[in-house]
Design a protein around this ligand. Structure first.
Ligand code: GMT
Length: 376
């Protein structure tokens, strides 16, 4: 099949999933055309089936805001005709699904079904805003197929948008070839002493991640266990979390690494992953951590209970209950047998239930259904 994939190219789970999906589809013989304003950062291989088309936005003095949505629609239409695409798969509804719908109107003589994958904040934060509510609902309704990355996100979408649109749950995934614990002998030494444990948090530092909770859990753990905290990522909450760390006198214990691409190595030297979010449709980081043998302490937000198995691959605690999170963290970190069991369980769970090959086939089935439907 010839597939157009629309995604955000920057750091973030939706872009990672879109890119890894496209790469695997290409290896399976499909022709894949990525369309975005920049080369997706995970698009790190050359393959005869992979194309990248950059959306350029006209810089005209009259435009206070560059009309990206229109430029994207034009590019999708252009590539659809040029490459004779069979379908468009958009990741993150806003504004990609609307641009794809517009492109479909531009190429009326051609069947161009649209699959929209909802990732989370496109529904629970952005789409929820009164300003974007109607257009997000519309983009869901006009998509030929809608998928959500967890049952929780599916339920939220149906509830928020009061829609009867059928939504298929297709979970995010990892490639076990990439996500497994690796030996990085000197890396731990750079951040921690041999007797210290490493806790890690990876995110885009947005308010929904509740970064102060990460620090508060770490502070409590650190009272009982010599430890360090790695904060990986960056975003609007960065300055506030810095101040919070200073106010707690933890500046020598917390390392800010900024945005990083090679998280497997960082996870491989970590003992525990903290994800204290207030909203989290899936929590790709939790899956990546488990795949690398790192037990996860997470909140019960959104789809996290579908990903992290409570008491088996980590622990799930109510949002904001930092005391309970710290208690469970200490429990895992002070019991080597429990830690090893949870680490092994996590690897098995991630590799068996969220394997890229299994999930890519689910997407391929969707593609077959919608391209057949269009033939009538
Ligand atoms: O948090 C965001 O706004 C970024 C967004 C993204 O584009 O990565 O994250 C969402 O999609 C990820 C991939 O499906 C999920 O793993 C994240 O849980 C989800 N974020 C939220 O629901 C807060």
């Amino acid at each position: 099949m010839r597939i157009g994939i629309i995604c955000y190219p920057s750091y973030g789970g939706s872009g990672v999933i879109a890119t890894e999906l496209g790469k695997r589809l290409a290896l399976r013989g499909n022709e894949v055309h990525f369309i975005s304003y920049d080369r997706p950062f995970k698009l790190d291989m050359f393959h005869q089936n992979i194309y990248y088309h950059e959306v350029e936005v006209l810089d005209y003095p009259l435009f206070k805001f560059p009309p990206y949505m229109l430029a994207l629609a034009s590019k999708i239409a252009e590539v659809s005709k040029w490459a004779d695409l069979d379908l468009i798969h958009v990741h993150y509804a806003v504004p990609h699904a609307v641009s794809a719908f517009l492109a479909k109107q531009l190429v009326k003589d051609k069947h161009l079904p649209i699959v929209t994958t909802l990732h989370g904040t496109d529904i629970t934060v952005v789409g929820h805003e009164p300003q974007f509510y109607d257009i997000t609902r519309f983009s869901i309704e006009v998509s030929d197929m809608v998928t959500a990355v967890s049952q929780s996100l599916k339920d939220e979408t149906t509830r928020i948008f009061k829609t009867t649109k059928e939504i298929q749950v297709i979970y995010n995934f990892i490639d076990p070839q990439e996500y497994h614990r690796v030996e990085v002998p000197d890396l731990k030494k750079r951040y921690a002493g041999t007797n210290e444990k490493i806790l890690i948090h990876i995110s885009n530092f947005r308010p929904v991640k509740r970064l102060k909770d990460v620090v508060d859990v770490f502070e409590r753990v650190n009272r009982d266990i010599p430890s360090r905290l790695l904060m990986v990522g960056d975003g609007p909450e960065g300055p506030a979390v810095h101040r919070h760390i200073l106010s707690r006198g933890l500046e020598d214990k917390v390392h800010f690494l900024g945005k990083q691409e090679r998280v497997v190595e960082l996870l491989s030297v970590s003992d525990l992953c903290l994800l204290t979010s207030e909203k989290e449709s899936f929590g790709l980081v939790a899956l990546e951590a488990m795949a690398c043998g790192v037990p996860v302490i997470a909140s019960t937000a959104g789809g996290l209970p579908e990903i992290v198995k409570d008491g088996i691959t980590g622990y799930l605690l109510p949002i904001g209950n930092v005391e309970a999170m710290a208690y469970k963290a200490v429990k895992v970190l002070t019991n080597p047998a429990l830690w090893s069991q949870m680490s092994e369980n996590g690897v098995r769970h991630a590799h068996n239930n969220f394997h890229i090959d299994q999930i890519v086939q689910e997407y391929e089935k969707c593609y077959q259904v919608i391209t057949k439907k269009q033939a009538y």
